[in-house]
Design a protein around this ligand. Structure first.
Ligand code: SF4
Length: 278
C-alpha cells in the first residue's frame, strides 16, 4: 500500500479536469481534503480503480471507526451466547429458525446463530453486522410510527450530525448527481418502497436495512441555479430499535455501498448484479 507524503502527490494521481463531480471546486482542493483525511480517494469518480487500490488505506478517517467497530463487533457477538433467542425473536418480531434469528436486510435473508456466525448470501460488512447485532440484542422492537425525522433529531444524533451529513447524505448526493439513473435503479434494486405523496421528490424511496428501521431517502436534482439536495430520514422509533452508533453505521455503510457500486458499474445499470450488500 502506497502512502502519499503530501497533497501534491495525491493531486498528481487525479485527472486534473476540475470537473467538480467530487463536490470540490478543483482537483487540488480534493487532493488537499484527501491528505487531511476529510475525503477518500475513491470519492473521485474519475480515478482509476487500480490507483485507488494501490493507495487505499492512506490518510483515511474511516479507519478509526472501523477499528473501533471491530472490537465492538466482537463484544456484541460474545453477548449473543447469553441471549434467549426465542424471547429476542418475539421482542423484535423475528423468526427463529434452526436456532438462528433470521431477518431481512435490504430484502435479503440474514441470520445469526448463538455463536455469532452469520448465515446469508450477502457479504457481511461491519456496517451491516453491528446494527444487526445491536437490533437483535437491544432493539425494543417498536413498530415504525410513520413519523420521519432527521438523524439530528434522534437521541444522541445532534453531536454526530455533521459527520453523518458528510459521510452519508453528502456521499449519497454525489452518487445521485454523478450517476442519477443508476442511483434511481440501485435504490429500487434494494427493495425501495414508494414514499407518501407529501415526501415525493425527484427520487424518493423508503429502504428497509432492517425490518423495523426504515430509511427514507429524498433527492432533488439541481435546477434553475439551485444546487441538488439529498436528505436521509429515519422513523422516530429508530433510536429505540438501535442506538445512535448503529444508526450512523447503517447510513454511512449504505452510502459506501452505493459509492462502490456506482464506481464499479458507472452508469451501466444493466450490468448491476442481483441485489447484494457490498
Ligand atoms: S471528481 Fe476527480 S477529476 Fe473531478 S474535480 Fe474532483 S478530483 Fe478532480
Amino acid at each position: 500500500m502506497k502512502r502519499p507524503q503530501n497533497a501534491f502527490e495525491i493531486f498528481k494521481l487525479l485527472d486534473k479536469s476540475n470537473c467538480g463531480n467530487c463536490g470540490e471546486k478543483t482537483c487540488l482542493a480534493f487532493a488537499g481534503a484527501v491528505f487531511r483525511g476529510m475525503r477518500r480517494l475513491e470519492e473521485c469518480p474519475r480515478l482509476n480503480p487500480q490507483v485507488i487500490r494501490e493507495y487505499s488505506g492512506g490518510a483515511d478517517p474511516d479507519k478509526i471507526p472501523e477499528a473501533e467497530g471491530t472490537a465492538h463487533f466482537a463484544k456484541l457477538r460474545a453477548e449473543l451466547a447469553a441471549l434467549d433467542f426465542e424471547a429476542a425473536g418475539r421482542r423484535i418480531g423475528a423468526e427463529v429458525v434452526d436456532g438462528r434469528i433470521a431477518l431481512r436486510v435490504l430484502g435479503k435473508e440474514f441470520a445469526v446463530d448463538p455463536r455469532g456466525n452469520f448465515h446469508t448470501d450477502i457479504h457481511v460488512n461491519p456496517w451491516v453486522a453491528i446494527p444487526f447485532l445491536t437490533y437483535v440484542l437491544y432493539g425494543e422492537g417498536r413498530m415504525p410510527s410513520g413519523r420521519w425525522v432527521s438523524f439530528r433529531e434522534l437521541k444522541g444524533g445532534r453531536e454526530r450530525y455533521a459527520l453523518f451529513q458528510k459521510r452519508c447524505e453528502e456521499a449519497l448526493r454525489r452518487v445521485a448527481d454523478t450517476y442519477t439513473a443508476l442511483f434511481d435503479d440501485m435504490v429500487h434494486l434494494f427493495g425501495g418502497r414508494e414514499v407518501a405523496p407529501q415526501f415525493a421528490s425527484d427520487i424518493s424511496v423508503v429502504l428497509d436495512p432492517l425490518p423495523r428501521v426504515p430509511f427514507m431517502i429524498c433527492y432533488w436534482r439541481p435546477a434553475e441555479g439551485m444546487a441538488s439536495g439529498l436528505h436521509v430520514f429515519f422513523d422516530e422509533t429508530a433510536d429505540r430499535n438501535l442506538d445512535i452508533g448503529a444508526c450512523f453505521a447503517l447510513g454511512v455503510g449504505l452510502a459506501q455501498m452505493f459509492t462502490r457500486l456506482s464506481q464499479r458499474h458507472g452508469g451501466a445499470a444493466a450490468a448491476l448484479p442481483p441485489a447484494t450488500a457490498q
